[in-house]
Design a protein around this ligand. Structure first.
Ligand code: CP
Length: 321
């Protein structure tokens, strides 16, 4: 693997899971693999888990790590092509990317959907520019349409806690005060289908995701019906995907919040969320604070997932030399 932007890049999920479990057993077994190599982690958007877990993972492999918040301390970057650069953005991404490629062996990029253009978001214009112009392996730290490191961590977590070979996993939309990208939901859906789980997605009418990500999942508009018999409930908000309301909030219906009454419909399901989570909007305190909540193990598995991905890329780089 050279670039990691989706489940399609990881190859065999069984091999990836085996690698993750080896890393969990001994995170420092390959502590010299990345010696004298540098990971640059670039954030166009805020982060707690991705920043810390990816830095830790790269350091476990012996890498030097540079973390850069683009909005704080770097020049404001122009991303549009062919514009007269007379605004407050003195540097163009087209120079900045190859410059960053000079200092790094692997580049991680976080760049959320901007909701200015569905075409730009779903063509992954920022992430693909890094792949094209940096000359270095690129890891998605959450792009406009996917959050694959999160989905890999979610997969590890489900494997660790599942009580049957093919658990029923339910992705449920839940209310949120701000318009959020579809990346986590898209990526989770695509990864769970690839993992062979029984995936149901439930959301109010109008919140349909791009079918390229949900193909293979059941779509159920009745949340209670979707919850029946579930083994894992994964809550997430996302804004509308479909035109002409792309990126808009269509509903803040609080009846979609995950609470204890709904969890009782399940087969003693675990509760999952990628964090950060809005308490008593997405999920009630009672569910989040209950033993059924897996949000902390999920976050812990972010380090393992990141390390498995970085290790695979380092192994590829070593084979090339
Ligand atoms: N789940 C996740 O990606 O968390 P951060 O946004 O804090 O990195």
């Amino acid at each position: 693997m050279l670039h990691f932007t989706s489940v399609k890049d990881i190859g065999s999920l069984d091999s990836a899971m085996a690698k993750a479990m080896e890393i969990k057993k001994d995170p420092f077994a390959n502590c010299n693999l990345g010696k004298h190599r540098t990971a640059l982690l670039l954030f166009f958007n805020s982060s707690l888990r991705t920043r810390l877990s990816t830095q830790k993972a790269a350091e476990n492999l012996g890498m030097n790590v540079i973390v850069l918040d683009v909005q704080q301390g770097a020049w404001n970057l122009e991303t549009r092509k062919g514009v007269v650069m007379d605004s407050d953005k003195p540097e163009h991404l087209l120079e900045a990317i190859p410059v960053m490629g000079c200092y790094a062996d692997i580049i991680g990029v976080r760049s959320f959907a901007r909701f200015e253009s569905k075409e730009a978001d779903y063509n992954e214009e920022i992430l693909n520019k890094f792949i094209r112009y940096s000359g270095k392996p690129v890891i998605s730290l959450e792009s406009a349409t996917r959050h694959p490191l999160q989905s890999f961590a979610d997969h590890i977590t489900i494997e660790e806690f599942k009580k049957k070979p093919k658990p029923k996993v339910v992705l449920t939309w839940a209310p949120h005060p701000r318009a959020l990208p579809q990346a986590v939901a898209n990526s989770f859906s695509e990864w769970m289908v690839a993992a062979g789980y029984d995936l149901t997605i439930t959301h109010p009418q109008g919140y349909e995701l791009d079918e390229r990500f949900t193909h293979g999942a059941k779509i159920v508009y009745d949340q209670s019906e979707a919850f029946r018999g579930a083994d894992f409930i994964y809550a997430k908000n996302w804004a509308a995907y479909r035109d002409p309301v792309y990126g808009k909030i269509l509903s803040k219906d609080m009846s979609w919040m995950v609470d204890s009454r709904k969890m009782e419909l399940t087969d003693n399901a675990y509760f999952m969320h990628c964090l950060p989570v809005r308490r008593n909007m997405i999920v009630s305190d009672r569910v989040l604070d209950s033993p059924a909540s897996l949000v902390i193990p999920q976050a812990a598995n972010r380090e393992t997932a990141a390390q498995a991905v970085i290790q695979s890329i380092l192994e590829t780089l070593l084979k090339q030399h």
